[in-house]
Design a protein around this ligand. Structure first.
Ligand code: NAD
Length: 252
């Protein structure tokens, strides 16, 4: 308990001293909202393997499987609400301490917690809607789900006929250019980089904490378990996110 208090005080001190902080989040910040992460022992990858983008494009069977999984995973996501960790981040943004939130998450919970959408940089897209892979036409999930439950067929674009996919970035799919550039700019401009709830193994996203450190900012890693980047961090806290960040930011 003593140690937890010391960790929280060090974190609060670094936040107080920062002129411009950036928060970088992974699936770990959302587990306290009931959304499983990928790499914990009970995470999604312990039960399934990813469908690569090429496979999605090439095979109707893969598209059917992708949509089946999507609606399965959504049972956890649609009812999820922001937790104490999200609220702490939202407060740090509101008070001007944090300039932007770079996230690997697709669950929209940072926006739901009150962080203005323009301050959230989504590196892996957003799972709350879908897009045509060719002409980028937007589709809402409700009607897609209804049709899928009726005929089990994956959706196709009504304008151009190409497959429709959730607006997330799949393995093997190019990263979104504008978001990558913004994330890089924000990383270079910050003096404190808080990496929260990420195993820091998915690149290029995990390159941002490295870039932050290389460009002279203070790097904090808050994650329940060790990460590959712990060795370069100025402060590593292996604790639960909600209580730790909540205490440090004085948020319930
Ligand atoms: P990850 O699953 O690889 O790592 C999550 C890390 O968070 C793990 O190291 C785990 O120990 C830690 N963690 C989990 N709950 C925690 C808690 N309450 N307190 C402290 N630590 C906790 O996730 P990642 O690094 O984000 O990479 C996985 C990819 O999965 C990302 O690309 C992301 O797009 C996607 N993803 C997103 C969601 C979501 O949107 N909520 C959920 C699952 C996966």
């Amino acid at each position: 308990m003593e140690d937890a208090r010391a960790d929280i005080e060090r974190l609060a001190g670094l936040i107080a001293d920062a002129r411009r902080a950036v928060v970088f989040t992974g699936a770990g910040i959302s587990t306290e909202s009931g959304i499983p992460d990928f790499r914990s022992p009970t995470g999604i990858w312990s039960q399934t393997t990813p469908i690569y983008y090429e496979e999605f494009l090439a095979s109707e069977e893969a598209r059917i499987e992708a949509w089946r999984r999507k609606f399965l995973v959504d049972r956890d996501i649609v009812d999820a609400t922001p937790n104490r960790g999200h609220r702490a981040v939202a407060k740090l943004v509101r008070t001007g301490k944090v300039a932007s939130v770079i996230t690997q998450n697709i669950d929209n919970l940072h926006q739901d917690s009150g962080v203005p959408a323009e301050k959230v940089i989504e590196l892996h897209g957003n799972g709350s809607y879908a897009k045509c892979v060719s002409c980028q036409e937007r589709y809402e999930l409700g009607p897609i789900k209804e049709a899928f439950e009726k005929d089990g067929m994956p959706p196709a674009c009504t304008l151009c006929g190409a497959p429709v996919k959730t607006a997330t970035i799949s393995f093997g799919q190019a990263m979104p250019d504008a978001e990558m550039k913004r994330a890089r700019r924000e990383t270079l401009a910050c003096d404190l980089f808080l990496a929260i709830g990420s195993s820091l193994v998915v690149y290029p996203a995990a390159g941002f904490p490295v870039l932050a450190k290389e460009s002279g900012s203070t790097l904090v890693i808050l994650n329940r378990e060790a990460t590959d980047l712990d060795g370069i961090a100025d402060l590593v806290i292996n604790r639960e996110i909600g209580p730790t960040l909540g205490e440090a930011a004085n948020v319930n």
